[in-house]
Structure formats: C-alpha cells, structure tokens
Design a protein around this ligand. Sequence first.
Ligand SMILES: C[S@@+](CC[C@H](N)C(=O)[O-])C[C@H]1O[C@@H](n2cnc3c(N)ncnc32)[C@H](O)[C@@H]1O
Length: 448
Amino acid sequence: MQGKPPGWPGISWIEGRTLLQIPNVKGQAEWRVGPGNKNDSPVFHNVAMANNRTRSVLLLGLAIRNKWLLNEGKLRVLDGLAASSLRSRRWLNELPPELAEQLDIISVDRDEESISWALANHEKHPPNNSNPEQLSIQKGDLRQIVYSGGWQWIDIDPYGSPIPFLDSAMQNLARKAILQVSATDTAALCGTYPQVTRRRYAAYAVNDTVTHDTAMRILLGNIALCAAKHERSIEPLMSVFDGHHTRVSVLVTPGKKNASNVYENLGWRVNEPDKKTIDASIKAGLHSFGCAKTPQPRVLLPYNSPPESLANGKVSGPLWIGPLARKDVLEQLTEEYALEICGISKEKDEYIISLAGWKDEDIEKSNRGIIRSIKRLHESKDAVGTNGLVTMDELPQWIDIGGPPSPKKLVVALKEQGFKASISVISTPAVQTNAQWDELIKIVKTII
Ligand SMILES: C[S@@+](CC[C@H](N)C(=O)[O-])C[C@H]1O[C@@H](n2cnc3c(N)ncnc32)[C@H](O)[C@@H]1O
C-alpha cells in the first residue's frame, strides 16, 4: 500500500464484530439513527446503515450455507459502491470460516480517499475467519469493473437512486445470482416528487400511509423489468424499508419463459377503489380482503387491467404485486442466527472491544441493533405473500372505532381466528393479513 490516508488512523469503531478505523469527524464513531451527510467525511461511513450491512452479512451466510447459488467453488462477489469496504470486511470477518472461505470479493469505489481508508483498514485489521487475499479493494467505476462478468453476488448501495447501476449489474450476473439493491431516494420512490418518480422509475406513487410498501414494490418492479430485458427473472428474498432507505434482495435466474411472464407479477395499487375495481382485484386473486360492496382503503390490480385513470392521485404503479420476500429466508433470519454471526461478546471479542474503548452499554447497544435488524423481517414470515395491508391509523376512517388498534393485539387476534397475519415491515404501524375485510372489522372491534 502507498502510504496512509490523511487523518489515519482516525478513531476506532466496531460494527457487528468488525473493527474499523474511521476519520475523526463528528457523527462518525457514535451511535446515530439518522442519515449521514456524504460531505461530512472523506470516506462515507453511515452508522445508520449498520442494519443494512448486518442483513447483508446474514443473507450471504444463508446463501452459502444453503447452497442457493453454487454447489461447490467460490462465490464471485462484487461490493460495487464500497466506500470504506466495511461491508466486504464484515462478510469475511463475521461469517464462520467454513462459509467465509467460499468468498472471492472485489470491492470497488471511485473515490481515491475511500479506497485508501479501505486498504489501510484491511491491512490493519485483516479478517479473523479468512485469508485477506480473498478481498481485492480497487479504485474504479462499478459500471466498468462489473463488465468482467460472472458475479454470483452484486451489492449496489448508492447515494440516492440505484437506477444508473442496475442495467450493467444485471447483464453481468452469473446464471444464478443474488442482487442486493439499496435506494435512498425515497422521496422519489414514495411519490413526494411525482415528476421524479415518473422520470426515474416510470411509475406513479401515491404518498399515502402505505407509501413505504409502495416504494419497495416500485423498486422491485423496476428490477424485474430490467431482468426481463436481459432474459432473466427475479424472486424477492427479503425487502425492507428502514428509516431513510429501502433495500431489496432478489434471486436472479435466467430463462426467456419466466422473463416473458414478468407482467404476471406487476400491477397497480388503487386507493379508495369503487365496487367495480374491488371486484376486478378479487377476480384476479389479488384481494383477499374480498367484500366488493364494502368501502375499503386500497386494492391491487394486475398490469393487464389498469385502472381507468392513472393520474388521479389514487394510483401507484406499475409496481411489483408478488411476494416481497421468501418464507424460508425469513424463517432462517432468527435472533439466534443473527447473534451467532454478528453479535459481539465480552469474552470472545475482548481484544477489539478494548481497542475501541467500548463499555458494556455499547456492547448491549450493538447487539440490540443486530436483533432489531432482523426482528420485524423474521416475524413477517407468518404473512409472507398475503395481500391485505392496512395501517392502524387509517382504520378509524373505515371502521366505527374510537382510535387505532394495537397492531400486536390485532395480529394475535387474527391468528387466533386461523388467519395469516404479521406486523408489516414498513415503519408505519400496519398489519399484513389474508383475512377478509368483514372478518377483519369484526376482529378489530373485539380488541378495541
Ligand atoms: C452510500 S456510499 C456506499 C456505502 C457503502 N456501501 C457502505 O456500506 O458503507 C456510495 C459510494 O459510492 C461511490 N460511488 C459513486 N459512484 C460510483 C461509481 N460509479 N463507481 C464506483 N463507486 C462509486 C461513492 O464514492 C461512495 O463511496
């Protein structure tokens, strides 16, 4: 390595079970929940994205353990917009040796200073569980480096929208691959700036109470269409809307037939639908709430039966109308698994804890964050693929009740009556279920 970056070694911080040096800039090595400002530091390290990286470590571990991508041989992985390369370093350092040894990673950033911090970190704190040579840190443009092709795993974690990187990444995936995509341009995905939503995502988005669900679905819809153009199809493995960003992880497989069927998983979300629209949704098998004659907040419609008017402020789409996750993935994202892989322990990690000067409360905070990163996702396994989504705050507008019910109580009550139900992964308190609307009303009234 050619010298150390200005400000090296900065300060020490721990994320998951990985030690890193970061520039000594306010807001860098401290607990924070809000978004980071890209101009705050010479290398972008956003503490608020720790959960995003933790989920990435956990999903990669599951992919290797379950042989989702390869039966044997090494996984070719691209950490495409790597900044400090912390994500790659966490993959190699936190996955157990028998999983980590199957990784062959290139981590890329076009920013010189980020690369020098990444290299210096990798040299000073090489991974415990693997050979440091399994990670090559390179300065360059993701859109060029990706063209060497054959990637089983690509991570796209941009400032703002992933759209500029999607097509080149899609073209260069191996036959079976996982694509992890973050988007922080949530104002566009949530329809705050309708013109930007139209221009960037070719979609309408209503900025309503389920806008976070809409955002994940618009992003997935764009990825599905991009895949189809390259004769591939996607299967969402997990999707989250977490604070200031959304993140989806999809399995991508080749095949013209499935690619041509892409429109089966695309459609529209219509707010305050009339009877005819509810009926169309029921007939398409997209509305388990049923009850066409009763007014309801929203329905999904198939792509081929668009609503009569698109620009009336009630329609979102085209968007993904299939499941947002795969049940077996969510089932395996348990608290025990998360702590086994990414949890820090006073005994086993004594050395790095002393280097970072962490106290018991920091250790507890870190482990609580690890659990939080998967808790909702794991719980949502019970209602994966259901299409009834309702927020607690909107229920009093539709049902004669004094105030919003508790989502926890509602989920328990729905399950007791034999329905699938879970708290939704969106930040607004909401429930995902397959219960019919009239049954839901009855059950809400029993818990209020
Ligand atoms: C949000 S940060 C990435 C954060 C990182 N993935 C993490 O988990 O900490 C986005 C990074 O993308 C880099 N970048 C932007 N455009 C790029 C391009 N075309 N090719 C490679 N890197 C790029 C920026 O320099 C920046 O470091």
